[in-house]
Write a protein that binds this ligand. Structure first.
Ligand SMILES: Cc1ncc(COP(=O)(O)O)c(C=O)c1O
Length: 392
């Protein structure tokens, strides 16, 4: 291989990226045999009936490309599910695109609707993918802060974030990392700005069924005048504990769906065909499934809250999703990344540094995020280790 400056082989698009801190912490956790409460994937089995459906689909030789925007069975099941749960009528032929997880759904949506120079509004702290997603589109980002303890936003700051260049606002509720569930009043505010500024909302609703303490999920799409300006992104990953299957979907009005499908087709062609068939079974499970899912996560949340409080953390208990934000102000560290490294190396428990959810790495340094999508025995092992390390 000839020497020379190889940096010219890195596109400008990627050279601005830093590696995902969450994945880096996961690698460090593996090296130290740490309990991984960093990356949000369940360590317990997926529902038996869903796994059996996937096995049946492979045995039945559903092994070739599905229709690029999704198998008819899955799109019909998605339409039936949204009708049942939210009373939303969807046309599976013109309003649903199945893609490779909501990660692709978000990327395909942004690529489909933005031009370089457009502005995207993002609530902060935010799920780390939204940063690179917007950058890949050449879109500028404007941030609106969510403030602890209730993670509310300042209505004036939200209003000021909308400009003549705003193309879309990204709204993730229930929210990762804060556990915030946006209220109907907050959603109404967002909707009213979208209508007034004639812009879109891209909603990440991947935790829609993981809700606590009576919190209710309201899809922004169901608010007045929002159906025609909302792209709803969701996936099987969290609701059916299959983060590795990579099956998600985007729901959008027909004209926007047309654009999303074009991007999706050239990006990935389609999600795994047999897993889409299993998706159709998953989305047809009875209501009881979702009730049990939320109840099982409530138990895990309460267990981890008890453990972390015993260990002296100040917490912001979540109303949805499966993460807990903890303040580390009393830890003696003033650097969240150093503190998480210390936890991994000494307590052998991994978390995510708070700053990875902020644009400026000097923000969020007093916070760390734990996830609790784990078996009770995993949470208890983390508890034993944290107590031994922090209380002795
Ligand atoms: C808010 C949010 N959106 C999207 C994803 C990724 O979802 P998927 O597995 O469907 O790509 C995650 C995963 O942690 C998430 O927390």
């Amino acid at each position: 291989m000839r020497g020379g400056d190889r940096s010219r082989f890195a596109s400008e698009r990627v050279s601005g990226f830093t590696e995902s801190v969450i994945r880096e912490m996961t690698r460090l956790a593996l090296r130290h045999g740490a309990v991984n409460l960093a990356q949000g994937f369940p360590d317990f089995p997926a529902p038996t009936e869903v796994k059996e459906a996937a096995r049946r689909a492979i045995a039945a030789d559903i092994n070739q490309y599905a229709i690029t925007w999704g198998s008819k069975h899955l799109r019909d099941a998605i339409a039936a599910k949204y009708k049942r749960t939210y009373g939303v009528e969807l046309d599976p032929e013109r309003e649903i695109t199945v893609c490779c997880g909501s990660t692709e759904g978000m990327m395909a949506s942004l690529l489909a609707v933005t031009n370089p120079g457009d502005e995207i509004i993002i609530f902060q702290p935010y799920y780390e993918n939204y940063g690179p997603d917007a950058k890949l589109c050449g879109a500028a980002r404007r941030f609106v802060s969510l403030h602890p303890p209730g993670w509310r936003f300042d209505p004036d700051e939200l209003r000021a974030a909308f400009t003549s260049k705003t193309k879309a606002i990204i709204l993730n509720s229930p929210n990762n990392p804060t556990g915030k569930v946006f209220t109907s009043e907050e959603l109404a505010m967002v909707a009213s700005h979208c209508r007034e500024h004639d812009c879109l909302a891209i909603t990440d609703e991947i935790y829609e069924h993981i809700l606590y303490d009576g919190a209710q999920h309201i899809p922004l799409m169901t608010l007045d005048g929002m159906r025609e300006r909302t792209l709803l992104v969701n996936s099987m990953s969290k609701t059916w504990s299959v983060t590795g299957w990579r099956v998600g979907w985007v729901i959008a009005p027909p004209d926007i769906t047309g654009s999303v499908r074009k991007v999706h087709d050239f990006l990935t062609v389609g999600a795994a065909a047999p897993l889409q068939e299993a998706g159709a079974v998953a989305l047809s499970l009875p209501e009881e499934y979702y009730i049990q899912l939320a109840e099982s996560y409530r138990g895990r949340r309460d267990r981890l809250i008890t453990i972390l409080r015993e260990c002296g953390f100040t917490l912001y208990p979540p109303r949805g999703a499966y993460y807990i934000m903890a303040s580390v102000e009393r830890s003696g560290f003033n650097d969240d990344v150093a503190y998480v490294r210390h936890l991994i190396e000494t307590a052998r428990v991994a978390a995510v540094p708070g700053s990875s959810f902020f644009e400026s790495k000097t923000d969020g340094t007093a916070l760390i995020r734990f996830c609790f999508c784990k078996k009770y025995e995993t949470l208890d092992l983390a508890g034993e280790r944290l107590r031994r390390s922090l209380l002795s």
